[in-house]
Design a protein around this ligand. Sequence first.
Ligand code: NAP
Length: 351
Amino acid sequence: MPERVVIIGSGPAGWSAAIYAARANLNPLLFEGTIKPEMIPLGQLAMTTEVENFAGFPAGNIRAFVESAVDKDRHYNLPPAPDHKKDGEYHYAVQGVELMELMKQQALNFGTRVVGDDIVSVDFGTKPLKLTAAGGDTIESHTVIIATGARANYLGLSSEESFKNRGVSACAVCDGALPRFRNQPLVVVGGGDSAVEEATYLTKFASTVYLVHRRDELRASKIMQQRAFDDPKLEVVWNSQVDECLGDDEKGLTGVKLKSTVDDSSKTLDATGMFLAIGHTPNTTFLDGQLDMNEKGYIKWTQSFRTNTSVEGVFAAGDVADDNYRQAITSAGTGCMAALDAERLLAEIGE
Ligand code: NAP
């Protein structure tokens, strides 16, 4: 018997779709993915620290709630609770992993079946739709919700490649606390909210953080910009692009060569770390071009205010289709929409 709904991806879009589909008695099957360089289970939020802007999660003693809600056998996944106290009480926003574990728990509570595998190929030219997992299983389903998110971009320099995991990273939160980055100068590349967030985070460990941006103004929101400008350990290096990563086999990255984007000048910054925060690429390789994409490679939503794609029965939710908002809460919203869209289609076709 074909499945009614298969969900691919385990970020806020995937879990929200699962919660809605499960509560609609559609018995969803969710492919959570495995750890890979481009994607990890629970998605990009699993690589972030505190999430201050997800409605419904004001700062407080979040950990007490998380531990009461999430199954004990998954507590080992939780990061240490931040040590922020106000008037003797814990007062911190929910952390990315905590939020995702809560969403996963909610989906499990309503009966979502979770598979710890990747979907590696699809055949959307048949009905029911066909999916193949990395482990070899083939799954048939009347509807599929794609919620595979997007991954961090790199500059594409060969010197950058050779220092990956030896100084070059795209995740400050994952790697920032490593000994090689402590009390050392670090570089963050980019000018958006992610770059400022990563740079600010890294000031906890670094002697100085250079935020290298190719223009003379940041793209980040005003509040984030102010945070950067107010931080005494953070220095913005304007109109500059990383031209080469410097270092050797023994020490890994020791610095970066910058070239100006406005004249012919160049300079070198000593740094034991370079963190990329220059945007994302949607995780769509497994689709092998079977859905229409926009010019940036994101899945196209083909109807306004719907999550339909170019193939009937296939819906897309979250960052894999959204190169505009890209927020946890908008991803969760489109996950809900995708489940409702799938439910309506299933009703129409009598499934
Ligand atoms: P983004 O807003 O697209 O910013 C990417 C930055 O990288 C831009 O400043 C861009 O420069 C720069 N860049 C791109 N390609 C580059 C290259 N090849 N070389 C050098 N620089 C390059 O991406 P993001 O910062 O990841 O943010 C994505 C979305 O998530 C946004 O909507 C953001 O608001 C949101 N977000 C929110 C929070 C928060 O609210 N706490 C935190 C993180 C992210 P240009 O400016 O010159 O184009």
